[in-house]
Design a protein around this ligand. Structure first.
Ligand SMILES: O=P(O)(O)OC[C@H]1O[C@H](O[C@H]2O[C@H](CO)[C@@H](O)[C@H](O)[C@H]2O)[C@H](O)[C@@H](O)[C@@H]1O
Ligand code: UDP
Ligand code: MG
Length: 724
């Protein structure tokens, strides 16, 4: 039986020292609740750091035992690990980078080494527990290298990754010296999830530009696998918050706290201490509200809960001082004997009390400068069981994509925040209820259990899709079968595409000349079988490159043919009418002039616009534009516009490789037929092949071919095997 392993930097417990002993406090956090349905089942387990350093081997052994009963296994971090991996690389490089606080980023090679070392430590801990077919779900930015580390040892495992914090634009990620390694680490997963569509598109663009991995509709084409990238906005345990808000215990706290603030309007803010949460900016906005609206003095106050976090990191220490100062200033300026503007708590509260704060507050002011999701705002909404109350939410929080019925604000626009508070204070009851109702409906539906389910279902789907693709893989068994069938054959024919099949791509297409190895392969094959190079290339280039070889050639997708017995003469296979070219060439030239690096290749029956050397992104953009332009023109001329590997080609639709291959085989009887190609133009060849032919597509795209093969290197291996 395969099992599921959850991995995160922190375990869902906290380990505390008390009188020389350790004590566990289980975490009731959103993630722990959501994943409870998984890690508590069967042999499943959660692996992570217990959140404290433990050096004594006896104590470690004790902790391992106790955690075992809770279905957890610890990864112990040393003092250095905590300083360099957790505080260092995770929270002084990745955290600020991913939240767009580049001014706080530190580039320290020792921290990077520690990051690699600790990811390896997690990997080793997992390998002690994991079997080859297990599912491993890794969480968050502290463990970006882990998916690939595991993949190397467990090639068939199901590995998923979810990032809880934002994924920034390529412009930010490129600043990190180790960006390529980090992205490659993530790509060890089968499924990579983010909270929002924006995070996901940033990731896809970075992986494309930095690691050269292209993607389509959220599927990355890695060397021998597809990886799915998608958005899964995390929810909360809605019912738990709704129920708690009405519980006796919480209501008694509401009553007790209520006595102290009397009939004041309450603004609630809850965050971990973090510069990404925009706490000073929020205090300043509140200050400005009091400055501008004297009528509110004594009538409104802010309850501000700041939960201590990462207090060893310099930027967090400074932030704490700044907040203390700002709160001191506003309270000393405005307080009266019976009114304090800001009730400030630097600590965390138990769930029942937190629920009371949510329940009794009129407004939740959630204004992070950046936040992956933000659960506090969702918890506030779920706790408002009478549907009154207003949520003011930063548009920089992932949650804002779902909670469109909140008052959305830009946290950098101080006056905007002030106005939002003022409007919230006077919002009519029916509007409050309407907004709250719509937000509650959505949060109820997409709760944390639904989040887990949707994620796991998607993981299943990707694995199935991968299986479908690899089930057609040319493995050793298939290679042997093809070889045996070739050996037996009396009359064999091989259709071999050139670019992307026999040789790799070159930034200058004219430089993709056949090397000695390839010449040797083609020569050996041509002594045993009829070899046909079937290419979109022009006849002169092909003729020059394979001069002297005893092979047949089909050029320009079937316009020209040269049989080996024809010695130097190309025969026109299809009548070409090229009166259309002048108009189309003019348009293509216009796009060349606008796009540095682009160029036109002219063939007898087609025009090709190349953008391989254009700045990435710009090339795609211009190609799309040119595509729709050409499609419009093509209608009048009976032409076909086709997208290839970094090219756009326009040609007559009735000229294609399939038609040429069929013509080549006409009237002949073959007992072995093989066709290999790598792109859409080769699909025509595959479609034209008789049932008994072997057709192979290079790469793992969907295809009409009956097999897929990994790379040009493997194509050559297969061909060498045929002649050995
Ligand atoms: O482990 P710490 O250094 O003490 O930090 C606490 C956690 O903070 C981060 O939370 C994020 O996840 C939330 C749920 O997906 C999301 O709502 C929020 O926007 C994120 O900031 C962090 O991702 C965790 O790894 C930390 O453990
Ligand atoms: O005294 C407190 C204050 C907050 N929280 C919880 O801390 C989490 C904060 O998560 P969020 O996604 O808002 O921000 P993060 O800290 O993960 O960046 C929420 O679930 C809160 O209920 C808590 O357990 N005790
Ligand atoms: Mg090709």
């Amino acid at each position: 039986m395969s099992k599921t392993i959850i991995v995160s930097n922190r375990l869902p417990i906290s380990l505390r020292h008390r009188n020389g002993r350790f004590e566990f406090k289980p975490s009731a956090g959103g993630l722990a609740t959501g994943l409870g349905s998984i890690y508590k089942e069967g042999d499943n387990i959660w692996i992570g750091w217990p959140g404290n350093t433990v050096d004594d081997p006896e104590q470690r052994a004790e902790i391992i035992l106790e955690l075992h009963d809770l279905k957890m296994a610890p990864v112990f971090l040393s003092k250095e690990d905590v300083e360099e991996f957790y505080e260092g690389f995770s929270n002084e490089t990745l955290w600020p980078a991913f939240h767009y606080f580049t001014q706080y980023m530190i580039y320290n090679p020792e921290h990077w080494e520690a990051y690699v070392r600790v990811n390896q430590k997690f990997c080793d801990a997992i390998l002690k527990k994991a079997g080859p077919d297990d599912t491993i779900w890794i969480h968050d930015y502290q463990l970006l290298l882990l998916p690939q580390m595991l993949r190397e040892v467990l090639p068939n495992a199901t590995i998923a990754f979810f990032q809880h914090i934002p994924f920034p634009s390529y412009e930010i990620i490129r600043m990190i010296p180790w960006r390529k390694e980090l992205l490659a680490g993530m790509c060890g997963a089968d499924l990579i999830g983010f909270h929002t569509y924006d995070d996901m598109r940033h990731f896809l663009s970075a992986v494309g530009r930095i690691n050269g991995l292209s993607s389509e509709s959220g599927y990355i084409q890695a060397e021998n696998r597809i990886i799915n990238v998608d958005s899964f906005p995390m929810g909360i345990d809605y019912d738990k918050f709704a129920k708690q808000a009405k519980s006796k215990r919480t209501l008694s706290f509401v009553e007790e706290f209520g006595k102290q603030v009397e009939d004041q309007k309450l603004l609630l803010t809850i965050d971990r201490l973090d510069y990404s949460k925009g706490i000073p900016q929020r205090i300043q906005a509140f200050n400005q509200l009091l400055e501008q609206h004297k009528e509110l003095h004594g009538k409104v106050s802010m309850i501000m809960i700041v939960v201590p976090s990462r207090d060893k990191v310099q930027s967090y220490k400074e932030l704490k001082e700044e907040i203390d100062l700002l709160v001191g200033r506003i309270n000393s300026e405005y307080s009266t004997l019976n009114w304090v503007p800001v009730h400030y708590f630097y600590r965390s509260f138990p769930f029942e009390e937190l629920s009371a704060f949510y329940n009794m507050s009129d407004i939740a002011l959630v204004t992070p400068l950046r936040d992956g999701m933000n659960l506090v705002c969702k918890e506030f909404v779920a706790s408002k069981t009478d549907q009154t109350g207003v949520l003011i939410l930063s548009e920089m929080a992932g949650a804002s994509k779902e909670l469109q019925d909140a008052i959305l604000v830009n946290p950098n626009d101080r006056q905007g925040v002030v106005d939002a508070i003022f409007n919230a204070l006077s919002m009519p009851l029916d509007e409050q209820i309407a907004r709250m109702n719509s937000m509650q409906e959505s949060l109820k539906k997409y709760d944390v259990f639904q989040w887990v389910k949707v994620f796991m279902d998607r993981l299943d789907h990707v694995k199935k899709k991968q299986e479908e693709l690899t089930s057609k893989d040319v493995d050793t068994k298939v290679m042997n079968e093809i070889q045996a069938s070739f050996k037996k054959a009396k009359k064999a024919i091989l259709f071999l595409d050139y670019d992307g099949t026999l040789t790799g791509f070159h930034s200058d297409p004219q430089k993709a000349v056949p090397d000695d190895e390839l010449r040797g392969i083609v020569k050996d094959l041509s002594e045993l079988a009829q070899v046909v190079i079937i290419s979109g290339r022009d006849k002169d280039t092909l003729g020059r490159w394979f001069e002297g070889q005893h092979i047949d050639m089909i050029a320009e997708h079937g316009v020209w043919v040269k049989k080996k017995e024809d010695k130097g003469d190309w025969e026109l296979y299809a009548e070409v009418e090229d009166g259309w070219k002048d108009d189309i060439r003019k348009v293509m030239e216009y796009y060349v002039l606008r796009t540095p690096g682009a160029f036109i290749e002219e063939k007898h029956h087609s025009l090709v616009w190349h953008y391989r050397k254009v700045e990435s992104g710009l090339g795609d953009l211009r190609m799309r534009e040119l595509f729709s332009h050409l499609k419009y023109m093509a209608r009048g001329h009976n032409l076909q516009v086709l997208e290839g590997n970094m090219v756009l080609e326009i040609k007559r639709p009735d000229i294609n490789k399939g038609r040429a291959a069929t013509a080549m085989m006409k009237g002949m009887e073959y007992d072995f037929i093989l066709a290999i190609g790598d792109d859409w133009t080769d699909e025509d060849t595959f479609k034209a092949m008789p049932k008994n032919a072997y057709s192979i597509r290079v790469g793992y795209a969907y295809t009409q071919a009956n097999f897929n093969i990994k790379s040009v290197k493997q194509v050559r291996q297969l061909l060498q095997k045929l002649t050995s």
